[in-house]
Design a protein around this ligand. Structure first.
Ligand code: HEM
Ligand code: HEM
Length: 186
């Protein structure tokens, strides 16, 4: 099924969730790796080129995902969830969305701080939207660093929560985001 239903995520939501997660962890690892390279390393330019290109593609996925989320049925929480779990997971999901967008925007601001556009492979370019502001590259760089770490740490808690639901509560929270067979409902 392509669309969501009250009890499960559909193929489109599942695909975009996992594509975004892979892109985010990949960008995080690549970001830390590439900022440690020296000028004479083969990946000195290749790394940031790839990082920026994937970052802009992630932006497109996230916008599409958001529109899809707003225009689709929202699966109900599993029936065994307590009120505080429903509230906390709602806040966590919103915070994850916000952090992803802020990480992308700060990355874009680093890359366009000197007025240059962002090339996405050699497919298309995203122009710089703002006039050059002195010091913007450094400030955006600091934000980018802390936002990326916050995103990855919050997603680790989100990961642990889904494992707790799977192994301890034994509900369908994880399986319905993996597209797997639903476990028997008690
Ligand atoms: C969720 C998406 C993203 C994550 C998790 C991420 C993660 C990171 C990380 C961890 C670093 C290393 C920071 C440091 O050690 O100072 C980094 C650096 C960088 N990122 Fe991203 N990034 C993302 C999106 C983007 C986007 C969309 C762009 C540009 C369009 C971008 C451009 C850059 C640039 C230019 C650097 C190098 C900064 C420097 O030299 O200090 N990033 N990124
Ligand atoms: C940076 C990586 C991640 C981000 C940004 C992220 C974000 C989100 C968001 C925003 C939702 C709410 C549903 C939606 O809008 O699509 C969600 C749901 C979910 N995520 Fe993630 N996620 C990430 C990684 C992971 C990982 C690693 C796992 C587990 C292995 C996971 C498991 C789940 C599950 C099970 C749901 C469904 C929760 C429910 O039905 O209440 N996610 N995720």
């Amino acid at each position: 099924m392509l669309t969501n239903s009250p009890s499960r995520y559909g193929f489109v939501s599942i695909t975009m969730h996992w594509l975004a997660a892979i892109a985010i962890y990949g960008l995080f690892g690549l970001g830390l790796y590439m900022t440690d390279l020296t000028y004479y390393d083969a990946w000195y330019n290749k790394g940031p080129d790839l990082h920026r290109s994937i970052g802009i593609l992630l932006f497109i996925i996230m916008v599409a995902r958001w529109i899809w989320k707003l225009s689709n049925t929202r699966p109900d929480p599993e029936p065994n969830l307590k009120r505080w779990e429903i509230t906390l997971s709602g806040w966590t999901h919103s915070a994850l969305y916000l952090l992803v967008f802020l990480a992308i925007i700060s990355g874009y601001l680093i890359s366009t701080a000197k007025g240059s556009s962002v090339a996405v492979f050699d497919w298309f370019k995203v122009p710089a939207l703002f006039n050059q502001v002195s010091g913007m590259e450094d400030i955006a760089g600091k934000f980018h660093y802390y936002l990326s770490w916050s995103l990855v740490l919050l997603s680790a808690l989100h990961f642990l929560a889904s494992i707790k639901h799977h192994l301890i509560d034994r509900d369908n929270t994880l399986t319905r985001m993996l597209g797997g067979k639903q476990r028997n409902k008690q």
